[in-house]
Design a protein around this ligand. Structure first.
Ligand SMILES: [Zn+2]
Length: 423
């Protein structure tokens, strides 16, 4: 095996365990960084002589940055809105709308986005797929050096023609200054099949040409009933929030079938939740090339159930993890989301790590650039400190007591945990 050549005197990070995700864990390993990218990855013993590097600290782990596939940073309030026993999901949605309306100034939204972005960094996330009503989260992510996509949220449940100039102006406002940004891209978020008519969905996407579409799919049973033309709480939801009742453009057996039937799904689409799908739905989703943002904690809190991972394992559909917003989930810690998925689905820690990194990058169409410690990808890295462990390094990573010590994005330090006495 030839020894790696490390050029340009890149900085070198070392750890007791390096977890590339795309390859087996490396004990006493290093990652060499140059020009914001990963140059080489390997064993310290194989580094050419003469290279200075920090000796690896005990119980440290080095991984790719985590990818949070579904957030609403504008919802980063101190506490979630709890859903009462037996309360319809639509009631909870009304409370969310009221809460957001009551605190909707740019300053208030910015403060919440800053709190959310800081929490992402502190918990090892370097890339986020966010949904926003304005520019606050984009500007915050830019200032904090995070990577990701911010999608403009769209509501238009009626079948009357959409005011395309209104949405295009809002989209262009979001996009201004970010058409060719190294870390941040702009997307569009038609909220869901029950909140955006197919004609409006298509017209706005065609006008805006977003990098990504980010929507909510099959989150609760009334969504299916509404689209099937049956009685549901959704007409009341529209009445209370928009002062009017609406009807679906046509009837379809499922939200997936409805969107697929209107040719609104493609390889640039990320769908959150996807709790209620049939095998035929999953065939459609696979054929369309969509990615799934799996949010088990939010799903369990709001609906008492989540998707069954075993239903999806035979499909080639990328599935990453998302925390959802802090009005539905108490924190934005993706490892807490992964622990929930491990408990729900029997995933191994290695599967959970892949879901948090490379699979998330696939969902966002970014697997060529991030998601694993692979030479040529962006140096989005997290150095973790675990308690002394005898388990696998992946299990140590997922332990609740393990903490992010240092976070780099494109090779730049973006977070360093304050050092306590004795360290
Ligand atoms: Zn959401």
């Amino acid at each position: 095996m030839s020894r790696p050549t490390v050029t340009e005197s890149p900085s070198i990070l070392t750890a007791r365990w390096v977890l590339p995700v795309s390859a087996e864990p490396i004990q006493n390993g290093y990652v060499a960084v140059g020009n914001g990218k990963i140059k080489t990855v390997g064993r310290l013993a194989d580094l050419p002589a003469g290279h200075a590097y920090p000796p690896p600290e005990e119980d440290t782990l080095l991984t790719p940055g985590l990818v949070n596939c579904h957030t609403h940073l504008e919802q980063s309030f101190a506490e979630p809105i709890g859903k009462l026993e037996g309360e319809p999901f639509t009631e909870w949605l009304c409370k969310v709308v009221q809460t957001l309306k009551a605190s909707s100034s740019a300053g208030e939204k910015t403060a919440r986005c800053q709190a959310g972005a800081q929490e992402l960094l502190e918990t090892g996330a370097t890339c986020v797929n966010d949904i926003a009503s304005g520019k606050e989260s984009l500007l915050t992510l830019d200032a904090q050096g995070l990577r990701g996509v911010v999608s403009l949220e769209v509501f238009h449940p009626g079948n009357e023609p959409v005011r395309i100039e209104h949405w295009l102006a809002a989209y262009r406002d979001l996009q201004e200054g970010y058409t060719d940004h190294a870390r941040l891209r702009i997307g569009l978020s038609p909220h869901s099949a029950y909140n955006v008519s197919p004609a409006a969905w298509r017209a706005i996407v065609e006008a805006c040409k977003p990098a990504l579409m980010h929507s909510h799919l099959a989150e609760f049973e009334d969504e299916t009933r509404y689209l099937q033309g049956k009685a549901s709480c959704i007409k009341d939801l529209h009445q209370r929030i928009l002062g009017q009742r609406f009807y679906p453009a046509c009837h379809a057996p499922s939200p997936t079938a409805y969107l697929h039937g209107h040719q609104l799904l493609n390889a640039r689409t990320v769908l959150a939740h996807a709790i209620h799908t049939t095998a035929a739905d999953r065939e459609c989703l696979q054929a369309a090339g969509v990615g799934i943002a799996h949010c088990p904690r939010s799903n369990l809190a709001l609906h008492g159930q989540t998707l069954r991972a075993c239903d999806w394992q035979d499909f080639d559909i990328p599935m990453g993890l998302g925390t959802d917003g802090r009005l539905s989930t108490s924190d934005l810690d993706l490892r807490a989301e992964a622990r929930c998925a491990m408990q729900q689905h029997g995933w191994s820690a290695a599967q959970a790590l892949k879901a948090m990194t490379l699979d998330g990058a696939r969902v966002m169409g970014m697997a060529e650039a991030i998601g694993s410690l692979t030479p040529g990808k962006w140096a989005d890295l997290v150095l973790w400190k675990a308690q002394p462990f005898a388990s696998s390094p992946e299990s140590a990573l997922l332990s609740a007591s393990t903490q992010a010590q240092q976070v780099l994005i494109a090779g730049q330090n973006r977070y360093k945990r304050a050092c306590h006495a004795g360290c």
